[in-house]
Design a protein around this ligand. Structure first.
Ligand code: FES
Length: 67
């Protein structure tokens, strides 16, 4: 994977809804919590297979912000 991009924002975190990492980050930065992000994007409301990954990602973002 020598061509791996640094930018992961286009990575789809929830295939059911097509929600990308960048979209989740944007909504988080807009002040939405994980429940609101789920309602807004449809993420975690299909098979919920993405729930753990998205929860971890939001925790990471929260940690970066010191929240
Ligand atoms: S992958 Fe997110 S709800 Fe199915």
């Amino acid at each position: 994977m020598s061509s791996a991009k640094n930018d992961l924002s286009d990575e789809i975190m929830c295939p059911c809804s097509g929600t990308t990492r960048g979209k989740i980050q944007k909504l988080f930065e807009d002040g939405l919590d994980i429940d609101a992000i789920s309602r807004r994007t449809g993420a975690i409301s299909g098979c919920a297979g993405c729930e753990w990954d998205i929860a971890q990602f939001v925790k990471e973002l929260a940690g970066l912000q010191g929240k």
